[in-house]
Each structure stands twice: as C-alpha cells, then as structure tokens.
Design a protein around this ligand. Structure first.
Ligand code: SAH
Ligand code: F3S
Length: 473
C-alpha cells in the first residue's frame, strides 16, 4: 500500500451493509467520517478504492454471506491491481468483532477488520494502513465513546432518519451474540440526542426512528439536572423538535417497558402507533431457557396495557423456532400466543447455534427438518394476520409520509403510521410530505392508495386568456 491514494482529491467508497438498522446508521456515519479523507460513495464495486462491508453475526447464514462476498471482492481487487489500482478492503460490524482473527485467516487479502465500537478511529486506521504494510485489526471496546468522535449526523437521505440513542445489551439471552459483539449497554446523553434530532430535522427529516439494541433500556443523562432520563421522557422531549412530525423506536425488551413509556403512547401524537416488541416464544419453559425476563402472562398483560393506552397500536415481534429442547407442545404455545395477540407484522427465524453462546452447548438441539416445519407453520399464521390487517385498511384514510419514488413512473412510496408501505400515483414534489390517503388496495406486504391527481389543469379558455397580451396587466 502506498500514499498515492491519500493525495488523490477524489476516491470512491463502496459500502455494503448487512443486518439491522443500527448497521445502516453506522454505515451512514462511517461514510460521513471518510468524506474528509476524499472518499465519495459509489454503487459500483469495480470503481471503488475502498470497499467496506458492515457485517452481521446474528445467525450463521448472515456471517457466512460475508465470507462468500469477500471471495467475490477478492477477484475485483485482483483485477484492479492488474490495472495498477489499489483497493482497501475493510470488514466492520459484528462479524469483525466476533471473528476478527478468523476473518484475516480465512480472507488474508482483507486490509482492515474493526468492530462497532471503534468506528470513530476509522480515519486513523486508514492513515495507518497507508503508512505501513500488513492488515489493521481493531476490535477493542475503547474507554472513549465513539459518539463523541463521530460526525453529529450524516446527510439525510429521504424524510426518515435513524438516530442511535442506545447501544449494546446486558440481557444475555442464551441464543444471542449481541452482548458479545456490541458490548455493554450504553445510553447517549439527552442533549447529544436532542441536538442530533434537531440537525436531522433541519436537514429535512420528518420522521426519526430512535435505535438501540435495547432501546427502552435507555437511561441517558440530562446534563442540566444530572438525572437519568428514560425513553418515555426522552420521546416527550424530542416530540417538540421543530419539523419532526413522527417518532418511532426499536428494538424493545418487553420486561423493560415501563409506565412512562406506555403513557407516551397514550399522550404523544408524534409517537407512531406501531411497536416492535420481540417475544421470541410463547412457552414459559423455552422463555426461561432463553433467559428472557418475561413469561407469556407478562407479555399478554403488557400488550393489553399498551392497547389500553393506545387502542389502535399495531404490534410486531420476533420469534425463534426450534430453540434447544423446544417440544411440539412448546411450539403450540407460541402459535397460541400469536393467535391471542394478532400481530400486524413479524420476523421469525429458525434457531441458529452461535459459537460461544450458552444455548449452542445445550442438549436436545432440534433437528433441522423439524425447525423448517415449525417455521413454515408459524409464518403461515403470521402472514394470515398481516394480510388481514392490511385488508382491513381498505377504505380507511391514513396519513402517509411519502418517502421515495416507486418502481413505476409517476408512483411514490410512503409509510403509514403502522409501517406499511403505501403505493400511490403522485408527482415527485409531494416527496417528504405527510398526506392523508384513502387506501384502496391491500396485498400481503403493501397497500395502494387512491391516486393524488395534480390540481385541476386550467381550462383552455383560461390558458388562452393568460397568454393573450391584453390579459397581462
Ligand atoms: N434487541 C435486538 C434483537 C437482536 S437480534 C435488536 O436490536 O433488534 C434480532 C432478532 O434475531 C432477535 O429478536 C431474535 O429473534 C433473532 N435471533 C437472535 N439470535 C438468534 C439466533 N441465534 N438464532 C435465531 N435467531 C436469532
Ligand atoms: Fe440479544 Fe436478548 Fe439482548 S435478543 S440483543 S441478548 S435482549
């Protein structure tokens, strides 16, 4: 590696993001961090002077995807080198954190490997790489917070923006790698979060999605009082931000939903009536083996309390089938819980043993074909519920935040309060607006709304009058 790249005024950065929304947020931040070094984003892998993979370690499939992508990028890197062009290949995110050395062993052509807590050191790592040969590996959990050293916010792309308020997890569910890859729970101070929300709104965001691996464990310090503030109170304060019309948060841990957060759902109109509340299983035996701190009665009661506060609340969840020792009876209890709650959307996964987690060493691993059968049955039920909710929206008027152009010309796509994608024929000047739309069609995954026809075109006589010289007084 030589210093040639550093002197070049313009270099290209190709970022590929896997996994959760926090990775999306982190990728935006890393892109902003690299801009002062002359890196401009490109969608074209072959043209990239630096390729950054922001990886996910949550399930085996997610991690393995990274290694196959690395194999593909190696060929691109070699082809570029043959033309005298260097490519920095960087692996960030949770695979990097969990398997740092392993990444370098399996893919020795990788130049940088670094975990989620050291992103702020990225410019320094790039400089180090230019100075010396050999790969750079940084998977520390540093004393300083990366949030104090990263750009305040990245340019807003569309009217919806992510804002990380909390990171890490101390819950240690026995199946999950997050506490190991993201580290201990950390909450950003209230003033920092509020400043970032204001900056996002000034750049055009109308909706902010507050992110955290355990977002409702938020307890940020209020610098003025020295007191800690919970998520309910934080939402209350952010709701007053000029230009922000919608707030959401994800992902929540059921046992930590407190009264203040429930009250926020009742009292703050900007807080959207949609909540992702992962339950994982409907069986107390399995929940206990998972080290979740709720049981089914607690969860069902929590849902009832939330719905009392906000009757139109739409619920979503995460499920794992085939956790070690899960019997058919346990699985039936999951189906029963789903029938009772009626989710409007959900994610469900087959249990994937993750190295180093307690569940991976448990006896009674469930055979793969059994997991497949349970997943299909659960997803069929969840799909029926989601489709029914969507169909029930036909004929309703819903406020839709128009986010981006659709696949067809003249079409825009937006989000309903319940996170449904809504397609509508409308002109691009409506992008970024929240418009009441009448829902006319519903599918399993999206809604359609009555077209927004442009204002009545002027009648021919009016046009003629406007162009007539005597009319131009
Ligand atoms: N609170 C976290 C949840 C982390 S992982 C968040 O930021 O969203 C997201 C989901 O992946 C979990 O809720 C769980 O359903 C699933 N998951 C985690 N570990 C898994 C594993 N080992 N096998 C299968 N699914 C898993
Ligand atoms: Fe993972 Fe459980 Fe935390 S699912 S992120 S250990 S709450």
């Amino acid at each position: 590696m030589n210093a040639r790249g550093l002197r070049e005024p313009r270099r290209k950065l190709h970022v590929k993001t896997y996994g959760c929304q926090m990775n999306v947020y982190d990728s935006e931040r890393m892109t902003a961090l690299l801009a002062p070094l002359g890196y401009a984003p490109t969608a074209d892998l072959d043209d990239a002077d630096m390729v950054l993979l922001n990886t996910c370690h949550i399930r085996e499939k997610a991690a393995e995807k990274v290694y196959s992508e690395l194999g593909r990028i190696r060929l691109v890197k070699e082809a570029r080198r043959a033309k005298g062009r260097d490519t920095i290949l960087a692996v960030a995110g949770c695979v990097a954190q969990a398997e740092g050395e392993e990444v370098l062993r399996r893919a020795p052509f990788v130049d940088m490997v670094f975990g989620p807590q050291t992103y702020h050191r990225l410019p320094e790592m790039v400089a180090r790489l230019h100075r010396r040969s050999g790969a750079v590996l940084d998977t520390a959990f540093p004393e300083e917070s990366k949030f104090d050293h990263m750009p305040r916010s990245s340019p807003v792309d569309g009217p919806t923006a992510f804002l990380t308020i909390q990171e890490g997890c101390d819950k240690f569910c026995t199946f999950c790698v997050v506490p190991y890859t993201r580290g201990a729970e950390f909450s950003r101070p209230v003033a920092q979060v509020a400043a970032e929300a204001r900056a996002l709104a000034q750049q055009g965001a109308r909706e902010v999605i507050l992110l955290g691996q355990n977002v409702n464990a938020y307890h940020g310090v209020d610098d003025e009082t020295g007191q800690e503030v919970g998520l309910g109170e934080l939402i209350r304060r952010l709701a007053g931000t000029d230009g922000l019309d919608r707030l959401r948060y994800t992902t929540s841990y059921p046992a930590e939903v407190d009264d203040a957060l429930i009250a926020a759902h009742a009292e703050i109109p900007a807080l959207m009536p949609f909540l992702h509340l992962p339950v994982q299983s409907g069986s107390d035996r399995v929940l206990s083996a998972m080290n979740r701190r709720h049981d089914r009665v607690f969860y069902l009661d929590l849902v009832e309390r939330l719905r009392r506060a906000r009757p139109d609340l739409g619920l979503s969840s995460d499920f794992i089938v085939g956790f070690p020792g899960e019997s058919d009876k346990d699985f039936q209890e999951t189906l029963d819980l789903v029938r009772r709650v009626e989710f409007i959307q959900a994610y469900s996964f087959k249990y994937s043993p993750r190295p180093g987690t307690p569940a991976a060493a448990m006896d009674l691993q469930v055979p793969e074909d059994e997991k497949d059968a349970r997943l299909t049955e659960l997803q069929d039920l969840l799909n029926v519920q989601q489709t029914a909710f969507n169909a029930a929206c036909i004929g309703r008027r819903l406020p839709v935040l128009l986010e981006r152009p659709g696949r067809h010309p003249g079409q825009l796509v937006g989000r309903s309060p319940y996170m449904q994608a809504v397609h509508v024929d409308a002109s691009e000047d409506k992008l970024g607006q929240i418009i009441d739309l009448e829902i006319t069609r519903a599918g399993a995954n999206s809604l359609g709304a009555r077209p927004l026809v442009p204002a009545r075109p002027p009648a021919v006589t009016e046009v003629a009058a406007r162009h007539a010289p005597e009319a131009s007084l």
